[in-house]
Design a protein around this ligand. Sequence first.
Ligand code: SF4
Length: 369
Amino acid sequence: MGMLLPTSLAERLLSLCRQPLGSLWDSLTALLCWLQAAFLGLGAEERQQGMGHNLWGEPQTEEEGEEGEEGEEGALSLIPTSVNYHFTRQCNYKCGFCFHTAKTSFVLPLEEAKRGLWLLKEAGMEKINFSGGEPFIHDRGDYLGQLVKFCKRELGLPSVSIVSNGSLIRERWFKDYGEYLDILAISCDSFDEQVNVLIGRGQGKKNHVENLQKLRMWCRDYRVAFKINSVINRFNVEEDMNKQIRALNPVRWKVFQCLLIEGENSGEDALREAERFVISDEEFEEFLERHKEVSCLVPESNQKMKDSYLILDEYMRFLNCRNGRKDPSKSILDVGVEEAIKFSGFDEKMFLKRGGKYVWSKADLKLDW
Ligand code: SF4
């Protein structure tokens, strides 16, 4: 488009010079309309590609483009490149710091959820992550499987992932849906079963750590990239996890600092009181320092986490976390993505800064299965 524009423009100007004065005004009007359409088209194309062009038609880097973006705040709409869809709030665990609690038991009918996902794809979504609550709890994982299959097969998304506590996943699910899933992230905060019980991840006779090893094996057998998520809190902040993480060898180990969200795990109408789990920035840094040799570690402090995720709740409303609580937008099913996303509070720069865009398709990960 950048190369095409000057040539077409020159041709149109030349044809204007050759015309009699009588039709000059009509031609000028047509030229103006054409210019407007051409520049609007160029803008849309650039937004899709996530980069701008400078005055000479050369691509701008993200940093170069920042100033222009600020000046036109509101003029450019956000692209939902990577979306986290928390389609259920139900969970079989009771983690004390949980920040997406069971405030409702609502789950959208399957066809409605698919319609919303289609709208997101139309708006530029490349990666979808299904989360909860526990995403495998609804319809014994079949609802989730249907969504995963739809996103990969019908929508052709480059990346489809799930975050789960792992306790309800059966091998049958991998047989039915494993081929459509790029990444499975399992939450694991400790390799000491007693600490897991203290956190609220204890499941009676079931052992969370043994279950993790079984899931690791299934991921290898069914060719799904395996990831681990850990929330660092008061009860695991002293732990040394080097040996166990190395043995499990995930593609990514995401390490979060325990975060307070009003109305979810803090404050009067919250279902949890996470204050006793909170650690300081220094304590979080010490944990990271202890594990700095683990190459797949991706740290996420409260600062990095804040506003850098596009979160959709069970009604497909974007949740705005800017004020330390989750304020919902209208549903994308009612007002469309472009309108709803304006209220998401999403900070695209922080998303890029925290490395939100990475190699997220299993085809590109080139894993040695
Ligand atoms: S497993 Fe996840 S969703 Fe369930 S209670 Fe724990 S943090 Fe919350």
